[in-house]
Write a protein that binds this ligand. Structure first.
Ligand SMILES: Cc1cc2nc3c(=O)[nH]c(=O)nc-3n(C[C@H](O)[C@H](O)[C@H](O)COP(=O)(O)O)c2cc1C
Length: 288
């Protein structure tokens, strides 16, 4: 795999189409994911563009290769028919979860570009089975696993139920998520100018239980990203899953600025005004 080096993904020019087409897939056909596709998905995890410091490692594992039945990868019936899983392991540290979200979403979009369905799983999987499969070290956790496969023709009952419960087809309005100048002051799509599509693709991103914790403030040419935590949600797991959502959002923004040729870079800025944002936490800025 490439290290610290920007690689071009062949679908980037159509990042918007790929992001719009992605949906969580929970039912899969019995068609194997080829070794070539698996290799490209692994490759996409390493764009060299991650603005966050990471501590993760990844592996793709085939359920059918697990000789011991107790080791078979389980998702409590949420995922049907998947044989192939992308597994992550990491140590916790500053922005490590954002870094994980960023890299894994590039892999999700790569999969989508090849007709392979995915579903981010942070809760509904058997931790000990997946931990054994990735040979988890004592200082590591398995925050996320993602099934990979050709989507089944129908979503299936469990899949439909989860979509309904999470309200997966809905997103908050643009003006409630993104702000002009100061946190809380609504930004319309037309006011967002060259960033309109990139922010719209942030809005369409997946998030745990579809909570959509991402917020952004457009200040001249700079976009400041914030995490607005859902009350009580971080305590549900041993790690703050909404930080993964933030990494996914930054990935979508990054893919879009590349697709649209918008110059700039991500940077963690310093300044007291960035912290003035009710209950939200400043994460990073895109400086153009
Ligand atoms: C970090 C993260 C964790 C998630 N964990 C689960 C999970 O454990 N089980 C599940 O069925 N869906 C899970 N999802 C999928 C979300 O419910 C889904 O992304 C959201 O409802 C929006 O639907 P969409 O992905 O089809 O656009 C997770 C998504 C994210 C981003």
């Amino acid at each position: 795999m490439l290290n610290n080096q920007t690689q071009t993904l062949n679908w980037l020019a159509d990042a918007e189409g790929i992001i719009r087409a992605r949906r969580s897939t929970r039912g899969f056909k019995n068609t194997p994911v080829t070794q070539e596709t698996q290799a490209r998905i692994m490759h996409a995890l390493n764009t060299g563009r991650n603005p966050f410091k990471s501590s993760h490692r990844f592996n793709i594992i085939e359920n059918s290769n697990m000789s011991d039945d107790n080791m078979k990868l389980g998702t409590y019936g949420v995922i049907k028919g998947a044989n192939t899983y992308l597994l992550s392991a990491m140590t916790l540290g500053d922005n490590h979860l954002e870094a994980l979200g960023f890299d894994m979403e590039y892999a999700v979009l790569q999969a989508q570009s090849e007709g392979i369905g995915t579903c981010w799983l942070g809760g509904t999987f058997n931790k000990s089975q997946f931990a054994a499969a990735i040979q988890l070290q004592s200082n590591e956790i398995v925050p996320i696993v993602i099934p990979l496969g050709v989507p089944a023709d129908k979503a299936g009952l469990v899949g439909q139920m989860i979509r309904g419960l999470a309200g997966s087809n809905n997103r908050l309005p643009f003006e409630s998520l993104f702000f002009k100048g100061t946190y809380g002051s609504p930004l319309t799509m037309s006011q967002a100018g060259k960033y309109a599509q990139a922010l719209e693709m942030v809005r369409l991103g997946p998030s745990a239980s579809n909570k959509q914790p991402w917020r952004a403030v457009l200040d001249d040419n700079t976009v400041h990203f914030y995490l607005k935590p859902t009350k009580g949600y971080a305590k549900a797991l041993s790690y703050d899953i909404q930080r993964v959502d933030m990494g996914i959002a930054i990935c979508h923004f990054d893919a879009m600025v590349q697709a649209q040729g918008i110059p700039g870079h991500f940077e963690k800025l310093k300044g007291p005004e960035l912290e003035k944002s009710d209950d939200s936490e400043y994460i990073i800025s895109f400086v153009s």
